[in-house]
Design a protein. Sequence first.
Length: 312
Amino acid sequence: MPRAMVTGGAGFIGSHLVDALVRRGDPVLIVDNLITGKRENVNPDADFEETDIRTPAAAELVRRFQPEIIFHHAAQMDVRKSVADPLYDADVNIRGLINLLEAGTEVGTRQVVFASSGGTVYGEADEVPTTESAPLRPESPYGVSKLSSEYYLGYYGRGKGLSCVSLRYGNVYGPRQDPHGEAGVVAIFTGLLLEGRRCKIFGDGEQTRDYVHVHDVVSANLAAMERGPEGAISLNVGTAMPTSVNTLHAMLADFAGGDPDVERAPAREGELQRSALDFSKAREVLGWRPEVQLCDGLRSYVEHMRAHRAPG
C-alpha cells in the first residue's frame, strides 16, 4: 500500500484516481488549489491540502508526507490561456513540477506518474493513429510545457533514480467533467443537449479526436504504478479510434434526445485536424488497453448527467 500524493486530486481525472487508490486501501494525500478542482470531488477518506504546487508549502507537504509515488495531474490546461499568457502556463506546469520533483528526491520518492497530453505534444501528426516515435511538434505553449515537463522527468529518471512514467492522454471524458467554460467537447455538447439548446461546431466538424473514458485513464495510472519501468518513459493512453466532431455530436444527440441540428462557426485558428493515439506501447509495457467502448461510455455519461442535473 504505497503512500500516494495526487496533485489536482479534486479535479476531473485526479478525483477518479484518488477514489481508485482509496478503494485499494492506499494512504492518499490530495494537493489541489481548487482553481479548477472542486471541493465536492474530494474523497473524504483521503487527506486534503488546499495548496498551490508552485509554493514552498507544497514542497513541505512532500517532505512531510514522504510519498512513495506522486501522481501529477495539477496543471494549467487551457490551450487558449497558454497562448494568451505563456509565462503563467510555464510557471504552473514547469516550475510547479520541478518544485515537487526536488522535494520528492529529498525524501526518497521512487516514482512519478505524469499526466501529459497526446493531443498536443505531437501537433499535426503525419500518421494517425500516432505512435510515440512520431515527431514531437507542439503548436501551443501548453503543448510545449507538457513536452518540457516530460524532458525534465527524463532528467530526473536518468540522474536521480526516479521511475517516471508520462502518460500522453487522448481526449478524456466521463463523470465530473465540467460542461461549462473550457471543458471537453463531450461535456459541453451533453450539457447543451440536455438543456434543449443547439450545439456549436467550429469548421466543417470533420476534425477527429481520440475519446478515452476516464475509467480507462485511471486504470492506466494504476498499471503505471504497478508495472512502471526504471528510468523515464512516455506512453500513449488512447483508443486508436479517430472520431469526428460531427459523429460525436450525432451520437450524443441520439442518447440525449436533443436537437440534432448544429450551429456552424468558422474554424478556430491552430486547431488540430486529426488526432488518435496508438496504445501498442502501453499494452506492451504496462499490459494496459482501453476497455470502455465509445458508444457505451457516451451513453452512460449522458445518463449520469441527466440524473445529476439541477431541478428545473
